[in-house]
Design a protein around this ligand. Structure first.
Ligand SMILES: Nc1ncnc2c1ncn2[C@@H]1O[C@H](COP(=O)(O)OP(=O)(O)OP(=O)(O)O)[C@@H](O)[C@H]1O
Ligand SMILES: [Mg+2]
Length: 231
């Protein structure tokens, strides 16, 4: 589902990613770990074309990205198949919860509005936010906003979901609620790459853990092998 081959990204003359290769099979969950500055966010952003790279290639959900600028339209097509959730939920503050979730599908305009809305309500129920469909983001807790952000990404029917430290802005209780949602997605067979420092999550859900250090893959293995036994 994802194949990264010898990826090189240079920023300000430094190789931020220095020949990263990894594979993510369909239906599997990869957790990316590594120290601050090791390139985790840069790698994730290269996977959905948010950042360009200068060497290597990325194949993701049937889309192939080569080094340099992407052809017109390629990134729009890719992002329909690749959902991303950030540390700071990035909901549209002026829209209600349900409008945040339906916006993407409405812009695509492939399905009738009532069908899009019904599907959004199902997704909001799935993340435990059905009761808050009419609320504005500012009235919600961080954990609630993040669950809406997950529903919004899922509304596009992505083949792959990318998460960049989805719980690091949250207190432990809210983190747990969000991680439970992501674990449920994993059980449902959603292909995912998750940057997280939460070892408990990795042990519960990760098919593989990839450890980055200084822009290179240091180790790849099971959560047990890379993170050690639960302590
Ligand atoms: N646009 C840029 N210009 C210069 N340096 C950059 C740029 N973007 C990232 N970097 C550097 O690249 C390195 C990797 O950054 P990245 O954000 O990918 O790391 P990370 O592993 O996600 O770290 P963290 O755990 O702190 O989120 C860091 O040293 C960062 O300072
Ligand atoms: Mg980061």
């Amino acid at each position: 589902m994802i194949d990264v081959l010898a990826l090189v990204a240079v920023r300000s003359g430094t190789r931020i990613l220095d020949g990263v290769s990894l594979g993510v099979p369909e239906g599997s969950v990869t957790t990316l770990v590594g120290p601050s500055g090791s390139g985790k966010s840069t790698l994730l952003r290269c996977l959905n074309g948010l950042e360009p790279f200068s060497g290597g290639s990325v194949t993701i959900a049937g889309h192939r990205l080569a080094a340099g600028p992407q052809p017109p339209g390629a990134l729009e097509r890719l992002r329909r198949d690749v959902g991303m959730v950030f540390q700071q939920f990035n909901l549209f503050p002026h829209l209600t919860v349900i409008d945040n979730v339906t916006l993407g599908p409405r812009v695509l305009g492939r399905r009738p509005a009532d069908e899009v809305r019904a599907a959004a309500l199902v997704l909001l129920d799935r993340v435990g936010m059905g009761r808050f469909a009419a609320a504005r983001p500012a009235t919600l807790s961080g954990g609630q906003q993040q669950r809406v952000a997950i529903a919004r990404a899922l509304a596009m029917g992505p083949r792959v979901m990318l998460f960049d430290e989805p719980t690091s802005a949250l207190d432990p209780r809210m983190s747990a609620e969000v991680l439970d949602v992501i674990v449920e997605l994993a059980r449902g067979g959603q292909t995912m790459v998750v940057v997280t420092h939460d070892h408990g999550f990795a042990r519960r859900a990760a098919t593989q853990v990839v450890e980055l250090a200084s822009g290179r893959v240091q180790r790849t293995g099971t959560a047990e092998a890379i993170l050690g036994a639960a302590g």
